[in-house]
Design a protein around this ligand. Structure first.
Ligand SMILES: [Zn+2]
Length: 212
């Protein structure tokens, strides 16, 4: 066992839950707490937003995070900044290697534009965010550009974005440390029209370690 595995044993986690494909999650991570997402079956996009638990207007900012770290992908060491440039969380462990924060979340509207009118009825991440975020006062105005953990959106040589096959695999995980009391809002992406979920959305496991 590595030191990380010893320190973060699933048997001692205070949060341990599975989010089914297409379902969502809203939870609190206290300052100093560690939160892990496990890609149980591989190549599953986990659309994620972080909020300051004391003020949901102080929310994750993809643009500020990318600019301040000078890199477009997220991995170990990435500091996840808010719209006020507060550090909300830091990625402390990552066995996948890189995560997207450019591609955004799927919505019924974008599905229609990209994939055709027949996809309008399909469930999408934006609806999951709104349904689960409502309990914390997170409405459409407070849905910013999200993180897509385990999702592969390479930037091409000419500056384009492509939705590519995943770089993740069964059992890969990413872990963050909360730098203040956080809310985490997740949509376990139901998308079946591009390879972001390997054409087959699957469950993920959430684990957390902190003093109850
Ligand atoms: Zn999605």
């Amino acid at each position: 066992m590595t030191a990380t595995e010893l320190a973060f044993d699933p048997a001692t986690a205070v949060l341990d839950t599975v989010v089914e494909a297409g379902d969502g999650f809203l939870g609190t991570i206290p300052a100093g707490g560690t939160f892990r997402i496990v890609d149980l079956h591989g190549n599953q996009a986990v659309d994620t937003l972080f909020y300051d638990a004391a003020d949901v207007d102080n929310r994750y900012s993809a643009f500020d995070t990318v600019r301040e770290q000078g890199a477009v992908y997220l991995t170990t060491g990435s500091r996840l900044l808010s719209v006020r440039l507060d550090v909300l969380a830091t990625i402390t462990d990552d066995t996948c290697g890189r995560h997207d924060t450019l591609g955004g979340a799927c919505a019924q509207e974008s599905n229609v534009v990209r994939y055709g009118e027949h996809t309008r009825h399909q469930h999408a991440c934006r609806e999951t965010f709104l349904r689960h975020g409502a309990a914390a006062g997170i409405d459409a105005q407070r849905l910013g550009h999200n993180i897509n953990f385990f999702m592969n959106v390479p930037v091409t040589a000419d500056g384009g974005l492509t939705f590519a096959d995943g770089v993740s695999a069964p059992g890969k995980h990413v872990q963050v440390r909360a730098e203040r009391d956080l809310l985490v809002l997740i949509s376990n992406c139901p998308q079946v029209n591009n390879p972001c979920n390997g054409w087959d959305p699957t469950p993920v496991r959430l684990l957390g370690w902190w003093s109850p």
